[in-house]
Design a protein around this ligand. Structure first.
Ligand SMILES: [Ca+2]
Ligand SMILES: [Ca+2]
Ligand SMILES: [Ca+2]
Length: 498
């Protein structure tokens, strides 16, 4: 059969459709399909991806999945950024509320999904009281982190995220200057869990430790949710001088140091043979930023290293989805956080010097370990004994974080279990020079108030219980371990403040 020319085709169609208003030649339809060599024009500047073997991971055909949800607990996200928008969460329950239309931005003034936030269409903002649904980033930090995790890939625009497809859920707890508090961060964790996320990305730190923080992180771990956090930018040893929350140790928490462009530990990064798990690129990393029309910028710090681990964890979960796993963390399911941590730690490249517990992140090696893993089968490539933490125990009742917050709120004022609430600090907002950010905060809050003993006792007991459950009865890694932190917190909460 001879192919019609466009004009012949028009003639042909017109014969049978006298009312035909117009016709035009067909053209191939192109999708923004992911690619192992994405066409994003700034991709050549993303040497950070090559450093952790992301292109090799993509070559296996794994580019991420919309079914994987990552909460970015930070300064918010520019949800209008053209290179992020398609990979951001949108709350369909709020969008389908009565009277919610595109014209009013789906804002009907009602908390349609009952998660405590009115019109949280793109995310939530706990930096203000009462919290709102406005998670727009007016700082830049959260937008940068998000781009590393999941900027839209192969859309001929900007950069590609480690996950070319993903669902990112922004929770803002910091203001335009990068100031937030531990209490606000815990509220974000609580809200994020309600959205059935599988990973929490935390590029902040230097908050005072407390039973409330420990309990919150333990609750995250009990749900099987991965908790990635930054080791800090003071070039200090976290084994000696604890950094929170990164020093909290569970089977799903990962503390991240930063590497420079040569693959050595960045001169500003905190370290710790016992308390820092892994290192990832953190100097002059190019990613999305705030600004009109879609802006990009380099940043440095352990903050920037975190999303490399977060993004890798998300890519692994996408592979599990593809292999038939149900990765939901909603009860009665328990997520795969412990497995994901184990796989990432057992796939590192060596980092000489013992500056971190495991080594440098290798995304392709981690993905390879689980490529053939199927539900109900033993994970042959993953050694059970190589990580100090226990493997996932049987599903246990999930504590409700909001009830913990409610109990603590009765203390009045800040949410301190043993120490006052204090400012949280971004672990890295440095510019292209790679110098560490001085950050905000660093000063302790008001004098510690002794909480009512009865509630404190209940909290201690609950946290001990979580620690016991998570450790499976085994001793957690020593310095910075949750059990140790609990003991120290019971001794003197203020001693834990940096
Ligand atoms: Ca809501
Ligand atoms: Ca609504
Ligand atoms: Ca892009």
């Amino acid at each position: 059969m001879t192919a019609f020319s466009p004009i012949q085709l028009c003639d042909y169609l017109s014969r049978f459709n006298p009312g035909l208003a117009f016709c035009e030649p067909d053209a191939p339809v192109t999708l923004d399909a992911p690619s192992a060599t994405p066409n994003d024009p700034l991709y050549p500047r993303q040497t950070n991806l090559e450093a952790i073997q992301v292109p090799a991971a993509w070559k296996t055909g794994q580019f991420g999945s919309r079914q994987v949800r990552v909460c970015v607990i930070d300064t918010g996200v520019d949800y209008l950024h053209p290179d992020l928008k398609a990979n951001l969460w949108m709350n369909t329950a709020e969008m389908n509320g009565p009277g919610a239309t595109a014209a009013n931005g789906y804002r009907n003034g009602i908390d349609d999904d009952g998660d405590g936030i009115v019109d949280d269409i793109y995310g939530a903002n706990f930096n203000v009281d009462p919290p709102t649904g406005d998670c727009m980033d007016v700082h830049g930090h959260g937008t940068h982190v998000s781009g590393v995790i999941g900027a839209v890939g192969n859309n001929a625009l900007g950069i590609a995220g480690i996950n070319q497809e993903i669902t990112m859920v922004p929770c803002r707890f910091m203001d335009a200057n990068g100031n937030g508090s531990r209490e606000q961060a815990i509220k974000c964790m609580d809200w994020c869990l309600k959205q059935n996320v599988q990973i929490l990305s935390n590029s902040w730190g230097e908050v005072p430790n407390s039973l409330s923080l420990q309990t919150a992180v333990a609750t995250v771990a009990a749900r099987g949710v991965v908790f990635v956090s930054s080791a800090g930018n003071d070039h200090t040893d976290n084994d000696v001088q604890p950094h929170w929350p990164s020093n909290l140790e569970t089977d799903t928490t990962i503390s991240v140091a930063a590497l420079d462009a040569t693959g050595a530990l960045w001169s500003g990064s905190n370290y710790g043979n016992m308390t820092v798990d892994i290192a990832a690129p953190g100097v002059n990393v190019f990613s999305t930023y705030i600004g009109d029309g879609g802006v990009y910028s380099p940043l440095s710090g352990t903050s920037v290293a975190v999303p490399h681990v977060t993004g890798t964890a998300a890519l692994l979960l996408s592979q599990l989805v593809q292999n038939g796993y149900n990765i939901s963390t909603m009860g009665p399911n328990k997520g795969y956080g412990a497995l994901i941590k184990k796989v990432i730690m057992q796939s590192v490249d060596p980092l000489p010097g013992g500056q971190v517990a495991w080594g440098s992140l290798n995304t392709a090696a981690a993905l390879k370990k689980i490529a053939a893993m199927k539900p109900g089968t033993q994970s042959g490539a993953v050694a059970d004994s190589a990580v100090t933490e226990s493997s996932s125990a049987a599903p246990s009742p999930t504590p409700d974080l909001s009830s913990i917050l409610g109990a603590l709120a009765t203390f009045g004022g800040g949410l301190g279990g043993n120490s006052p609430d204090g400012p949280a600090r971004l672990d890295g907002a440095a510019g292209a020079s790679g110098t560490p950010a001085s950050g905000a905060g660093g000063a302790a809050g008001s004098q510690a108030r002794a909480p009512p003993p009865s509630i404190a006792a209940v909290m201690a007991s609950a946290a001990q219980d979580f620690a016991q459950r998570i450790s499976g009865g085994r001793k957690l890694r020593s310095a910075g371990g949750l059990a140790e932190a609990l003991r120290e917190a019971g001794h003197d909460g203020r001693a834990l403040w940096q």
